[in-house]
Design a protein around this ligand. Structure first.
Ligand code: HEC
Length: 140
């Protein structure tokens, strides 16, 4: 690559990455993260659930945001012991988060875990009865 091309490429890359950052800054609990938590975590992290803390609303989630980021990025939460990137990945009843969901949570925490617009409420989780809870593939 010629030097001029390299410089042009560099400027392009900076423009691109700032574009992505501007978008990332808009990730909020009410618009994006709440739904991911409700769909994937609240089943265990709720009053009477097996998780040690509750994630039923922003006030409960917010203090745990850095630990949530860590556990989600390392794929320790939700608990699902299955190799990532090896073997069949199209599983039935898969508990794992999509990479995009992990990235969304990671960025949200990096941005200070904002609540977002108060008039937007994340969709409520659909939960089985606590006594009916089991490790069956998600049917709810
Ligand atoms: C199948 C039930 C289940 C689901 C689903 C689940 N958790 Fe957990 N979680 C647990 C249990 C049990 C523990 C306590 C034992 C442990 O830390 O492994 C825990 C612990 C944690 C902890 C504390 C870890 C620590 O080191 O103290 C965090 C943070 C967490 N979960 C976040 C999440 C998030 C975020 C999700 C959704 C993306 C999620 N969990 C989904 C059951 C669950």
């Amino acid at each position: 690559m010629k030097l001029v091309q390299k410089i042009a490429f560099g400027i392009g890359a900076i423009a691109l990455s700032t574009g992505v950052l501007a978008q990332d800054a808009e990730i909020t609990y009410n618009e994006h993260v709440g739904q991911i938590i409700n769909e994937n975590c609240v089943v265990c992290h709720r009053e009477g659930g097996i998780g040690p803390m509750q994630f039923e609303n922003y006030d409960q989630v917010r203090p745990w945001a850095p630990l949530i980021q860590l556990k989600v990025a390392s794929r320790e939460m939700p608990p699902y012991a299955y190799d990532h990137g090896i073997g069949i990945q199209d599983l039935k009843g898969d508990w794992r988060l999509a990479q995009e969901e992990i990235d969304t949570i990671t960025q949200w925490v990096n941005n200070g875990s904002p609540l977002g617009p108060v008039d937007i409420v994340p969709p409520a989780p659909i939960l089985p009865d606590l006594d009916a809870w089991n490790f069956e593939p998600k049917a709810w």
